[in-house]
Write a protein that binds this ligand. Structure first.
Ligand SMILES: [Zn+2]
Length: 231
């Protein structure tokens, strides 16, 4: 199991990790600050041991770094990693925003989130809705921006799996949690949203800025997609 340094400090930009396995272009370390692709978030990028990262992925409880130059890695050696922080910080801001938006649309309409894609420059969230009423949507965005503007603290803690699974609303993707995981990480955004989540967030919603809706799309009869950016 890879120690996830980004769970201990989501603002960690550089770190050292020991190589535990190299397979082709895949490098596994004992610990990493690179957040892998998953939960709708695109992978962190940056440099590891002087090699650019192609992508970082999750395999079971391991974080796998796909590197451009695998020849320079040897098991047992310590390597230095540095994140593309500009990209990562945008992902953190986008991700916290997606949670707030989803919580507000869910509260106001009962709609569930059927998908999301959190990218540095534009993100999208899919809702199980028959229609996106223009005026209502404007209201939801206003509510979300108000919540963001309140400067809500974002905190994380761990909870026993059984307790988390029996707390209503906490685990939206129960099947996505492997049974081997006995402690689930919970992310709490002020009084707006609390849920099991493995991704990276800002520490305070003040860091986000303001949501700008780019466009909406119909993705099937009861699926509405919302694209947004931050300013
Ligand atoms: Zn999330």
């Amino acid at each position: 199991m890879t120690r996830r340094l980004f769970w201990e400090d989501m603002y960690m930009k550089e770190f050292d990790g020991k190589v535990v396995r190299v397979e082709g272009d895949r490098v596994v370390l004992d610990q990493t600050a690179f957040n892998p692709r998953g939960g709708g978030l695109v992978s962190d990028l940056g440099e590891l041991g002087g090699s650019p990262l192609v992508e970082v992925i999750k395999e079971g409880e391991e974080v796998v770094h796909i590197v451009r130059d695998p020849a320079r890695f040897k098991v047992g050696e310590t390597e230095h990693g540095s994140l593309d922080w500009d990209r990562r910080y945008k992902i953190m801001r986008m991700h916290t925003t997606a949670h707030i938006l989803s919580a507000i649309v869910n509260r106001e309409t009962g709609a569930l989130i059927t998908g999301n894609q959190i990218s540095p420059d534009e993100s999208r969230v899919d809702f199980s809705l028959e229609a996106f009423d223009r005026e209502k949507l404007t209201d939801y965005i206003k509510m979300a921006n108000e919540a963001i503007g309140r400067g809500l603290p974002v905190t994380t803690f761990f909870m026993n799996r059984e307790k988390a699974l029996t707390t209503p609303g906490l685990v939206k993707l129960a099947n996505a949690m492997p049974p081997a995981v006995t402690e689930l990480r919970i992310v709490k955004i002020g009084d707006v949203d609390t849920q099991a989540d493995g991704g990276v967030h800002v520490a305070n919603t003040r860091e986000i800025g303001e949501i700008r809706v780019q466009r909406t799309e119909n993705k099937g009869k009861s699926n509405r997609r919302l694209y947004f950016t931050l300013s």
